[in-house]
Design a binder for this molecule. Structure first.
Ligand code: ATP
Ligand code: MG
Length: 266
């Protein structure tokens, strides 16, 4: 495996996880079916699959924001039973506190843990790292979408989490801003050695960033394949190896979505 990731050093074990959503009129949606996945310490892992295949559901289970119906999620030997600052989460739809400034948004994690006073400098460092000097006192509506996403990433990283969970953090951004944030993420990953799990629709983004890419099938979400991306960094999006991996993932995604899918049970 690339970047000296060792199979012996598994940070997260996801075992036989199932999640079905029920409503109050006997309808149900089987969102995840028998998910088994090991995540290595320090790894950059991406999860890719069509809309509605259960990616956010899986990320929320890892965050402890939701519970599986059966199966278990074990982080460093301990069952995940609820949210914890050791797992940072960047939400699919931003999720900044609109009534707080950039610096206050970033500081929320520290304040929640009552360690803000001794870590004020850290907030400054993060603002610098994400290139938002001069915008400390701006409110979310006064900054661009790309800046807001960088604030959300800094807010999640400031607690130095073991795991950073990213739910399509670049979904709504133009390709230049995306590329900029992707490089920032790689830099943060390199410097902090945080294990990162990224949900994305974007095959190129997954290949550019990841050590491994998990391909999911549509409803009910299952893992259809895990691909190792052995390319050295920095990766070249136009390179022949990159393009051949891209072709192969696109084929696998197509195959995955061609599998028979049970419909909603109405
Ligand atoms: N709270 C909920 N109640 C009922 N059904 C839900 C709930 N959350 C998700 N679902 C259903 O579970 C399935 C998986 O949803 P999920 O949000 O995990 O998909 P996703 O892969 O993140 O999709 P997208 O790429 O569009 O964000 C979908 O069919 C969705 O309608
Ligand atoms: Mg989602």
């Amino acid at each position: 495996m690339s970047r000296n990731l060792s199979a012996a050093d598994i940070i997260l074990r996801i075992e036989n996880v199932n999640r079905t959503y029920y409503d109050n009129s006997d309808n149900h949606v089987e969102a995840l079916s028998n998910i088994n996945l090991n995540v290595y310490r320090g790894e950059f892992l991406s999860i890719i699959g069509s809309s509605g295949c259960g990616k956010t559901t899986l990320l929320r289970l890892i965050a402890g924001l939701d519970k599986p119906e059966s199966g278990s999620l074990i982080l460093d030997g301990e069952q995940i039973t609820g949210p914890d600052p050791e797992r940072g989460y960047v939400f699919q739809h931003g999720g900044l506190f609109q009534w707080l400034t950039v610096e206050k948004n970033i500081a929320t994690g520290l304040k929640a843990r009552h360690v803000y006073r001794e870590n004020k400098e850290k907030v400054k460092n993060f603002i610098e790292l994400i290139g938002l000097n001069g915008f400390e006192k701006a409110f979310p509506h006064q900054i661009s979408g790309g800046m807001a996403q960088r604030v959300a990433i800094a807010r999640a990283l400031i607690n130095n989490p073991k795991l950073l969970l990213l739910d399509e953090p670049m979904g709504a951004l133009d390709s230049f801003t995306r590329a900029d944030i992707q490089d920032k993420l790689l830099q943060l990953h390199r410097e902090n050695n945080t294990t990162m799990i990224l949900v994305t629709h974007d095959v190129d983004e997954a290949i550019y960033l990841s050590d491994r890419v998990v391909i999911m099938t549509p409803r009910p979400g299952k893992i259809s394949e895990i691909m190792e991306i052995g390319l050295p960094h920095p990766r070249h999006r136009g390179g022949s190896e990159f393009l051949s991996i891209r072709r192969s993932i696109l084929e696998k995604l197509q195959l995955a979505s061609a599998m028979p899918q049970p419909e909603y049970n109405i």
